[in-house]
Design a protein around this ligand. Sequence first.
Ligand code: SF4
Ligand code: SF4
Length: 181
Amino acid sequence: MDARFRCLIICGKKCCTFNNIEDSPLIFPWEKRLLERLAMNKGIGRLEFEPYAGYICGRRAYVLLYKWIIKGICPFISGYKCSIHRDKPLACKMFPLIIGWGDNTLRVSGSCPWVNDNLDSIRNSDPRKTFPDEIPYALKAFAILSSADNVARSRGWRKTVGKELLESDEIIDIDEVVEIK
Ligand code: SF4
Ligand code: SF4
């Protein structure tokens, strides 16, 4: 029988604490803007983001994903719970599923204790049965990525990650010029 994911909330805010920049959530530009608004409404200080992935056209960069740089515990955590549950980014909604953004693969995070306790069952299971609540969010993220890739292909934009985005003369959120969602 397929194992069914159960979040061990008592594992100590583990997936909402970030000690390594590599583990920072990757979020879409519209999610970044929503987080900024929520942070302002809640009186949380400035949030930190860095363009992570997108497309290049000439000297212009279109950002599809930002890295949300969280140092330590996420400012939206309240007790052991997320205070923006309905509005949190897809990366949070699908966790412990994660997307390999470079190669569009679905992965499972090894930093989640439930995952580590159930590795054998997960390997042979149908992810739709093991992660029924998380899979729809992962599929939504895949659909966005695929839609962005199609737009980029039709316009001759080149896909890129990291430094090249930052070095562009103009950096624009992709949804400011095309509808992606
Ligand atoms: S690390 Fe896993 S078990 Fe722990 S709170 Fe996050 S999703 Fe739940
Ligand atoms: S937004 Fe919510 S789920 Fe996401 S890292 Fe912050 S507290 Fe955790």
